[in-house]
Write a protein that binds this ligand. Structure first.
Ligand code: HEC
Length: 178
C-alpha cells in the first residue's frame, strides 16, 4: 500500500473519530429531558374525591310523596294539557293517541291500557305505577325505561312534576295515599 493511500485512510479515520466524539459530547451537553407526565391535565379539573362519573350515576330524586300534599292540582292540569295533551287523553275511557289514556294511571300496572302498543321495555316493568316511579318516569322517561316510545325529554322542575302527579292522582278514582 502506498504512503499516499495510507495518509488518505488515516484522514478518513480521523474525520470519523472526530465525528463520533462530537456526537458523544453533544449528546452529553444537550440531553433532551422528556417529562414523564404531561404538564397539562385534561379532565382533571378539581374532581372532588369519591365523585362518581356523571354518566354512571343514576339520577337521585327526592321522594315526591311529601310534595304532593301541597301540590297545585290546577297547575298540574294546565301543565299536563300543555305538555302531555298532544299524545295523551286524561278523561275516563278516553281514546289512546300517540300515548295511552292516562285516567286511573296511579296504581295501574305499567303498560296496562288494552290495545295500546307499548315498548317492550315499559311493559317489562313489574308492579303498579307508584308516585315515585311516576316521578322518575316524568323526570326522564328514557332513563326510567330505556328504549321507550314516549318521545318526551322530561320535566326537570320537581315542583312541576309534583303538580302534574297530583293532577294524575286527581284523575285516578281511589288513588292510593302518597
Ligand atoms: C310525544 C308524545 C308524548 C308526550 C308529549 C308525552 N307522552 Fe307519555 N307516553 C307516550 C307514549 C308513546 C307512551 C308509551 C311509552 C312506551 O310504550 O314506552 C307514554 C306512556 C306514558 C305513561 C305510562 C302509561 C302506562 O300505561 O303505563 C305515563 C304515565 C305517561 N306517558 C305520562 C305522560 C305525562 C304526564 C306527560 C307530560 C308531562 C307525557 N306522558 C308526555 C307519549 C307521550
Amino acid at each position: 500500500m502506498s504512503l499516499e493511500l495510507n495518509k488518505a485512510f488515516a484522514g478518513i479515520l480521523t474525520a470519523g473519530i472526530a465525528f463520533m466524539v462530537t456526537g458523544i459530547i453533544a449528546g452529553q451537553v444537550i440531553h433532551p429531558h422528556v417529562p414523564e407526565h404531561s404538564a397539562i391535565k385534561i379532565g382533571d379539573v378539581a374532581a372532588p374525591a369519591g365523585a362518581a362519573a356523571p354518566a354512571a350515576a343514576p339520577v337521585q330524586l327526592e321522594p315526591i310523596g311529601p310534595l304532593l300534599a301541597n301540590a297545585n292540582v290546577a297547575n298540574g292540569e294546565r301543565l299536563a294539557k300543555a305538555q302531555c295533551g298532544s299524545c295523551h287523553t286524561f278523561n275516563e275511557g278516553g281514546r289512546s293517541g300517540v300515548g295511552p289514556n292516562l285516567a286511573g294511571i296511579v296504581g295501574r300496572g305499567h303498560g296496562a291500557v288494552a290495545g295500546f302498543s307499548y315498548s317492550a321495555g315499559l311493559k317489562a316493568h313489574e308492579g303498579p305505577w307508584t308516585y315515585d316511579q311516576l316521578n322518575a318516569w316524568l323526570a326522564k322517561p328514557a332513563t326510567y325505561s330505556p328504549g321507550t316510545k314516549m318521545a318526551y325529554s322530561g320535566m326537570s322542575n320537581t315542583q312541576q312534576r309534583a303538580d302534574v302527579i297530583a293532577y294524575l292522582r286527581s284523575i285516578t278514582p281511589g288513588a292510593p295515599n302518597p
